[in-house]
Design a protein around this ligand. Structure first.
Ligand SMILES: C[S@@+](CC[C@H](N)C(=O)[O-])C[C@H]1O[C@@H](n2cnc3c(N)ncnc32)[C@H](O)[C@@H]1O
Length: 351
C-alpha cells in the first residue's frame, strides 16, 4: 500500500467517525454534510452511503412520499397555480417550502418565467435543485437553501414576489408555522398586491367517542399489572390519525374553531371558548379536528374525515373520558400559540 493510500484511508476514517459522532449527537443535517464530503472523495464508499442514508432518514420526514402521492392535493394546487399564473404571466413566483420542487415546477409549467423556490432543510434543498434540473425547469426555477424567514431582497429574491405559493401545513393546519411564515413574507418578501396561495384556512372540530383512539394515548391494567402511571408520558397535544380507520361515534356536529385570512393573519396566540352541544349521549374520548383551506377563491382543499388525504386528521385525546349528553353543553377552551392547536374541557357533565 502506498503512503498516500494510507493517508487517504486515515482521512476517510476520521471523516466517518466525525459523521457518526454528529449523528449520535442528533445533528443529522450536519452528519449528512459530513458523509457527503466523504462521498465527494470516494463516491462508492459503502459506510458513507449508509451513514448518509441513516442521517437522512432521521432528518427528512417520511411523510414527503405519501404527500407527493396525494393526487387530490396535487390536482387542486395545480389548478389554482394555473389560474393564478394565467392571470399574471409576468409574476415573480415565490414557493415557500419547496420540498421536491413540485409546486415551483407546476408554476413554471403553467408559464411562470421566474420562480424562486426556497427550502429550509439543507438536505432537502440539495435534492430540490436536482429534481428541478432533471425535470428541465432550471431555467425558470431557482432554489434557495434557506428558511424563508431568513431570506432577504435582493440577495435571495431579485425583487418582492407577486405570487406566493406555499403548502406548509400539517393535519391541524398550523403545525408547520404557516401563520408566522406568511406574515413574515407579506412584510419582507411580497409586493403589497401579491396573490397569496392559500388565501384562507379554517380549523373545524368535532367531539368523538372512540375507545381505539383513547387506547393510542392511554393504558390501564394489562397482563396483571397496573400500567396507568405510564400515562404521565401521554401526549397532551394532537397526533395525526385516520378517524375512519378507528371505530368511533360523533358526539357533536363539526364546528369552526378558528378562521384565518392569510392576507392579514399573524402568529399571535389566540384563545376562544366554545359551547358545544352534544348531539348524542356518550363517552367523549377526544376532539377530532381538521382544516379547510382555500387556495384561491373557489378552489378549496381539506382533510375532513372520510377521504384518504395524506394529512389524516388531528386527534387530541382527553386525559380522561367525559360523559356527555344532549342538552348539556361541553365548554371547550380552544387555543393556539401560532403553531400548535389545543383544546381543554372547561366544563362538562363529568367522567
Ligand atoms: C409539506 S412540505 C411541502 C413540499 C412541497 N411544497 C409540496 O407541496 O410538495 C413543506 C416543506 O417546507 C419546508 N419548510 C417549512 N417551512 C419553511 C420555511 N419557512 N422556509 C423554507 N422551507 C420551509 C419543509 O422543510 C418541507 O420540506
Amino acid at each position: 500500500m502506498k503512503s498516500t493510500d494510507i493517508r487517504d484511508d486515515l482521512e476517510l476514517g476520521a471523516f466517518l467517525s466525525w459523521g457518526r459522532e454528529l449523528h449520535h449527537q442528533g445533528r443529522y443535517e450536519d452528519a449528512v454534510r459530513a458523509f457527503e464530503l466523504i462521498l465527494g472523495l470516494d463516491r462508492d464508499n459503502e459506510e458513507a452511503l449508509i451513514g448518509r442514508n441513516r442521517a437522512v432518514r432521521r432528518a427528512v420526514p417520511r411523510w414527503h412520499w405519501e404527500m407527493l402521492h396525494d393526487e387530490e392535493r396535487a390536482e387542486l394546487y395545480d389548478r389554482a397555480i394555473r389560474q393564478a399564473v394565467a392571470a399574471a404571466p409576468e409574476a415573480l413566483v415565490l414557493d415557500i417550502g419547496a420540498g421536491s420542487g413540485l409546486l415551483a415546477m407546476m408554476a413554471a409549467r403553467a408559464g411562470a418565467r421566474q420562480v424562486v423556490a426556497c427550502e429550509g432543510q439543507p438536505s432537502v434543498a440539495g435534492t430540490t435543485s436536482r429534481v428541478v434540473r432533471v425535470a428541465g425547469y432550471d431555467d425558470a426555477v431557482s432554489v434557495v437553501s434557506k428558511m424563508s424567514t431568513r431570506m432577504t431582497v435582493p440577495e435571495d429574491l431579485p425583487r418582492r414576489a407577486d405570487l406566493l405559493v406555499t403548502e406548509i401545513v400539517d393535519c391541524a393546519l398550523l403545525g408547520e408555522g404557516i401563520l408566522g411564515t406568511i406574515a413574515h413574507a407579506r412584510e419582507h418578501l411580497l409586493t403589497p398586491e401579491a396573490t397569496i396561495m392559500p388565501s384562507r384556512g379554517r380549523i373545524i372540530a368535532q367531539l368523538v367517542e372512540s375507545e381505539p383512539l383513547h387506547r393510542k394515548n392511554h393504558v390501564g391494567k394489562l397482563y396483571g399489572f397496573d400500567l396507568a402511571p405510564f400515562n404521565r408520558l401521554s401526549t397532551l397535544e394532537y397526533f395525526d390519525s385516520r378517524l375512519h380507520r378507528h371505530e368511533h361515534r360523533a358526539l357533536s356536529d363539526p364546528l369552526t374553531v378558528f378562521d384565518f385570512d392569510f392576507y392579514t393573519a399573524d402568529a399571535r396566540p389566540q384563545r376562544t371558548e366554545l359551547r358545544v352541544r352534544p348531539t348524542a349521549a356518550g363517552k367523549m374520548h377526544a376532539v377530532a379536528f381538521w382544516f379547510e383551506m382555500e387556495l384561491l377563491p373557489g378552489i378549496t382543499i381539506d382533510n375532513a374525515p372520510g377521504h384518504d388525504s395524506h394529512w389524516k386528521q388531528a386527534i387530541q385525546c382527553l386525559p380522561a373520558p367525559l360523559h356527555v349528553q344532549p342538552g348539556e353543553p361541553v365548554v371547550l377552551d380552544a387555543s393556539h400559540d401560532g403553531e400548535s392547536v389545543r383544546f381543554q374541557v372547561v366544563d362538562g357533565v363529568g367522567s
